[in-house]
Design a protein around this ligand. Sequence first.
Ligand SMILES: [Zn+2]
Length: 227
Amino acid sequence: MLYLLNGVFNIANHPLIEVPFNYRNTCWFCGEPDDQNVDFPKKTYEANIVTHEPICLPSCKECANIIQRSAFTSIYAYRDAIKQGLVKKHQKVLSIGSNWTEQELLESEFEGSAFEGFKRSAWPMFKMMQARINYQGWSIVINNDHVIEENEHENFEFDGVNYTSLEDAVTHAVKTFFLDEQLFTRVLSVLGKAKFTQAIRLCRLYPNLSTKQRESVFIEILDSIGL
Ligand SMILES: [Zn+2]
């Protein structure tokens, strides 16, 4: 219990990945200027479910905070979730590129100061967001020569269905069983993916939680299973 509590409340300090000279001060996820180093996984107890050693990497503020759930099996699965989060959040800006070409935008005949402003800023905003979504970080190397490779997603079977990844099964379970995503992914991180069904059973009782409630329910659940 003490170990887990430490994991819940303490911020871990994992080894920082190597940052090549031309990537200094860059967010590994989106290429924007970085402003912090983030730990992956964020909490010690999540290391259970991650297939590689814990790492620390440079991130911008937005990428560091956009995802609230846990139980990602690798830094690459976490990166994919961040990209999805960015796409969802910036849907309007990204739709500029689907609705217009740069030329059309420049030649459009809409008048009025509001639209003039939009015309000037819209394309650069779209290009910048597109670049962040498409950005591929540099390869992850720690301790001089140890590379963490991106593996094919590992299939995960649950209830007779073969999901393309654990993350997909999590998304499905959260929707189907009306789970609190943050609670479920935390409990799953502790129990491990072999106990996916048990994690669902434990979390089904608590569908809607405030942040404060979530903390105490999490501790209560760990207690109830003797951790
Ligand atoms: Zn970023």
